[in-house]
Design a protein around this ligand. Structure first.
Ligand code: G6D
Length: 341
C-alpha cells in the first residue's frame, strides 16, 4: 500500500492523501482540518462506496459549519460560556455558538492546514497551537496519525505535549452513513453501545454536569436498537436536542460501539481509549451544499465524537481533560469496517 498525494487547490495549499489497501478499500484525508473526506468500503456484495458524508464541492471545506469529517480542537464539544478556571487563573475563550465556546472556536483546529508526513502507508498530520490560540493557555504540539489496514481498520492516534496546563480533548467529527453514498438516512441503522451512563443537556445543549444511568431511558443502547427510535421520539430530552441524539455518553472500560446497516450489510465497530463519546445523529444538518448529489437533511449521518466529555473543564464529576507540562497525551480511536454476515 502506498499513499497518493494530490494538490487540490494550490492557493489554499489544500492537499488530499489517499490510502488504498490490498482489497481496494480506501481512505481519503485532507490536510485542512485533518479532515476525513472519504472511507470507501465494500457492502455485502463487494460494492465499494463512500460511507462518510463529504461535500461534492471541495470549496465547501473552506466553510464547514457542520464540521463534516473535520478534526476539532483543542477541545471538542462545548465549554460553557467559553470560560474556565485552571490553577487559579481564569480564561475566556471565544463564544462562537451562542453564549458558549464549541469545537475550539471559529478558527479552531478544523480550519487549520496541518503539516503532513507520509511514512509508508501511515499519514502523520501535525499542528503547532501557540499559547493564547483562541484563548487557550500553553503551546500545544499535536500529531494525528492515520493508519489504514488491510482489514479495513482506520486508527486515529492523537499525541500531544504542552508548555502549560491546558484543557485538551480533540476529536474527529466525521458523519457515518453505511448505506453508501448517502443513499438513505441513518434512521434504519442499528446501534449497540457499551455505555452505562449518558449526560443530560440543557436547552443550549450544554451538559448539566451529571452522569445518569441509561437504564429505563431512550439513551440505553446496551442492546441493539434502530435509530428511528430516537429520531422520532416524543422524549423531552431528545426533542430538546433537536429530535435526536446530541449527547455525551460515558463508555464502559474497553467498551465498543457497533453500528449496523441491514440493507448493505455493512458494520462499523468503534473502539477508543477515550472515556467518552458524543453521539450526534445530524439533527441540525441543513445548508446550501450537496453530499453525493443530494441536499443535506437531518439524520443523513451519525457522528461518534470520541473524547473526554464536553465542558469537562468545568465539571468536577467528569474525567479530567487537563494536560500538564511533562505529560505525554496519547489517545486512540479505531473505526473497523466489516460485514454483518
Ligand atoms: C450542533 O449541537 C450540535 C453539535 O453537537 C455539533 O457538533 C454541531 O452542530 C456540528 O451544534
Amino acid at each position: 500500500m502506498a499513499i497518493e498525494t494530490n494538490e487540490i487547490k494550490q492557493q489554499e495549499q489544500l492537499l488530499s492523501f489517499t490510502m488504498k489497501n490490498k482489497n481496494g478499500a480506501e481512505v481519503e484525508i485532507l490536510n485542512r482540518g485533518a479532515t476525513i473526506r472519504a472511507i470507501r468500503v465494500p457492502d455485502r456484495e463487494g460494492k465499494i462506496e463512500n460511507v462518510v458524508l463529504a461535500f461534492d464541492a471541495i470549496e465547501d471545506y473552506f466553510d464547514n459549519p457542520h464540521y463534516l469529517g473535520a478534526t476539532v480542537g483543542r477541545v471538542g464539544g462545548r465549554i460553557g460560556h467559553g470560560a474556565f478556571a485552571l490553577d487559579g487563573m481564569n480564561y475566556v475563550l471565544e463564544q462562537n455558538q451562542g453564549p458558549h465556546h464549541i469545537h475550539g472556536g471559529r478558527k479552531g483546529w478544523s480550519s487549520r492546514i496541518w503539516e503532513h508526513q507520509v511514512e509508508g502507508n501511515r499519514l502523520i498530520l501535525s499542528l503547532h497551537s501557540p499559547a493564547g490560540e483562541n484563548g487557550y493557555p500553553g503551546t500545544v504540539d499535536v500529531t494525528l496519525t492515520f493508519d489504514w489496514s488491510d482489514e479495513n481498520v482506520l486508527t486515529l492516534t492523537y499525541e500531544a505535549e504542552t508548555t502549560a496546563a491546558t484543557p485538551l480533548s480533540p476529536t474527529n467529527h466525521t458523519y457515518f452513513n453505511l448505506t453508501g453514498e448517502a443513499k438513505g438516512t441513518i434512521e434504519q441503522h442499528l446501534l449497540q453501545m457499551d455505555a452505562p451512563c449518558y449526560v443530560p443537556l440543557d436547552e443550549e445543549a450544554l451538559p448539566l454536569g451529571e452522569l445518569v444511568r441509561v437504564d429505563g431511558t431512550p439513551f440505553d443502547f446496551r442492546e441493539k436498537r434502530p435509530l428511528h427510535e430516537v429520531t422520532h421520539a416524543i422524549d423531552e430530552e431528545l426533542t430538546l436536542a433537536g429530535n435526536g441524539l446530541d449527547h455525551p455518553f460515558l463508555l464502559k472500560e474497553n467498551g465498543r460501539i457497533v453500528l449496523d446497516e441491514p440493507i448493505s450489510g455493512r458494520r462499523l465497530t468503534v473502539e477508543t481509549s477515550q472515556p467518552g463519546v458524543v453521539v450526534y445523529t445530524g439533527n441540525h444538518l441543513d445548508g446550501d451544499f450537496t453530499v453525493a448529489g443530494r441536499k443535506p437533511t437531518a439524520y443523513l449521518g451519525i457522528c461518534f465524537e470520541t473524547q473526554g466529555l464536553p465542558d469537562a473543564i468545568n465539571q468536577p464529576e467528569f474525567p479530567s481533560v487537563v494536560l500538564r507540562p511533562g505529560e505525554h497525551y496519547r489517545k486512540e480511536t479505531l473505526f473497523h469496517f466489516s460485514s454483518i454476515d
